[in-house]
Design a protein around this ligand. Structure first.
Ligand SMILES: Cc1cc2nc3c(=O)[nH]c(=O)nc-3n(C[C@H](O)[C@H](O)[C@H](O)COP(=O)(O)OP(=O)(O)OC[C@H]3O[C@@H](n4cnc5c(N)ncnc54)[C@H](O)[C@@H]3O)c2cc1C
Length: 383
């Protein structure tokens, strides 16, 4: 059963939004934010530190772990305003969005007290260690393994596509802690927090299509992890990773990767009196889709606040959201007689170029379209 409801913005949320806009305006005026699409991948440790100082990281977590005990809906407002401004939130994004929540829910007391306050301070960054060369959509097939030793584990294997691992302090890795069981492929997996400075780790770049180092390959050779860095019960990694994926999939980052381009399209349309008649319906349609998606994502935030686990709803937001953000550059090209171009002749052409280049990845990262639709079909009782 899928449940999505529109959530009204309360005066408290509106006040938080104003506070965020003031902060971001100051950052822009000071030249500390260069407007970028897909800004949740942009690494800027100093910006993350300032966010931590203002209480914008780990907002939901208990105060004793460095959090602010605020709601998921308040966190949503912060995420939305940061993405709309193109702020470089990439350093803390993964830890704030999913790793911290995993540690809070499944971590040992030592992991919580040692790591959560540093994440909330905007000083400790995480990467996601799920995919392997032969395990992407089919995560249950991971072969990176951990063997038990006195006081902990030793990891050997390989992870790929690990976004920002070269800038992160820790990785949450999904590893095999007992041999595969053909009768239950999801058994025998465990999530562990890996210190990326530990011995036995080699991180090498994988360059993306524009030559940027966005993600990495990580080789583990007998890499040590303490027992107190295991998440949940040994062997319960599948349930843990499903929870992490739900945290990863439903937020505004799943439909706002191209928001700065969209805003630029609206601006250009308003100021361009030579626009052919009828083009307003194209941007009007995009705006209507954005409002519907925002309402869906907001509603998932409310479900998280109420303690639900909206796996199907999160998959729905991501699938529809990715289709929306991928359609924005196509609309841009239809509306404006511009060639996407780098280096930049003007902001709109530069943004069109950036988003045209990045958009295919939107429906791969965090789970592909086909996989999400399988989850949605199952949630609807269709398979
Ligand atoms: C920009 C970017 C950042 C990423 N960052 C990270 C990261 O930080 N950490 C991390 O662990 N991973 C990361 N990934 C990897 C990402 O999670 C995987 O690419 C994704 O899960 C797909 O896995 P795959 O690439 O192995 O493709 P495959 O799983 O091999 O899929 C190939 C194709 O087959 C289709 N397919 C697969 N199974 C089925 C099925 N059962 N039914 C129908 N169709 C199916 C898929 O939809 C896809 O079209 C990132 C990827 C990208 C693009």
């Amino acid at each position: 059963m899928v449940e999505l409801r529109a959530i009204p913005e309360t005066p408290e949320l509106a006040a938080l939004r104003c506070e965020l806009r003031d902060f971001l305006a100051t950052e822009i005026t000071a030249g500390r934010i260069a407007l970028r699409n897909n800004s949740w991948l942009r690494y800027d440790a100093a910006f993350s530190r300032r966010c931590g100082q203002r209480g914008y990281v780990g907002m939901r977590w208990p105060r004793r772990y460095g959090g602010q005990e605020r709601s998921e809906r308040e966190r949503f407002v912060v995420a939305e305003e940061m993405l709309a401004a193109g702020a470089p939130v990439g350093a803390h994004w993964i830890a704030d969005r999913q790793s911290g929540g995993q540690i809070l829910r499944f971590g040992t007391e030592r992991a919580r007290t040692e790591l959560l306050p540093r994440i909330a301070a905007g000083m400790c960054f995480f990467a996601i260690g799920m995919s392997e060369p032969d395990s992407g959509s089919d995560l249950a097939s991971v072969t990176t393994r951990a063997r038990k030793v006195e006081g902990g584990w030793r990891i050997t294997g390989r992870k790929v596509w690990t976004t920002n691992a070269h800038n992160a302090h820790y990785l949450i890795a999904l590893v095999r802690t007992s041999p595969p069981d053909p009768a239950n492929r999801r058994a025998g997996l465990t999530q562990m927090i890996v210190d990326l400075t530990a011995p036995g780790i080699e991180i090498s770049p994988i360059y993306n299509i524009s030559g940027e180092r966005e993600f990495n390959e990580i080789l583990f050779e007998d890499c040590p992890v303490g027992d107190d860095m295991v998440l949940g019960e040994v062997g319960s990694g599948w349930a843990c990773v499903v929870n992490e994926l739900a945290l990863e999939r439903s937020g505004p980052d799943r439909y706002m990767s191209a928001f700065p381009l969209l805003a630029e399209l609206f601006r250009a349309q308003i100021s361009d009196t030579a626009m052919p008649p009828g083009t307003g319906s194209e941007t009007g349609r995009l705006l209507a889709h954005l409002i519907a998606l925002r309402s869906m994502s907001h509603s998932v935030a409310a479900m998280l606040d109420e303690g639900h686990a909206p796996e199907t709803e999160a998959a729905l937001v991501k699938d529809v959201g990715n289709a929306f953000e991928q359609a924005i550059p196509e609309s841009g090209r239809r509306l404006f007689p511009l060639s996407p171009s780098l280096p930049p002749p003007e902001p709109l052409a530069e943004m069109l170029a950036q988003v045209t280049r990045d958009a295919p990845s939107f429906s791969l990262r965090g789970g592909t379209r086909e996989v999400l639709r399988g989850i949605i079909a199952r949630g609807l009782g269709l398979r």
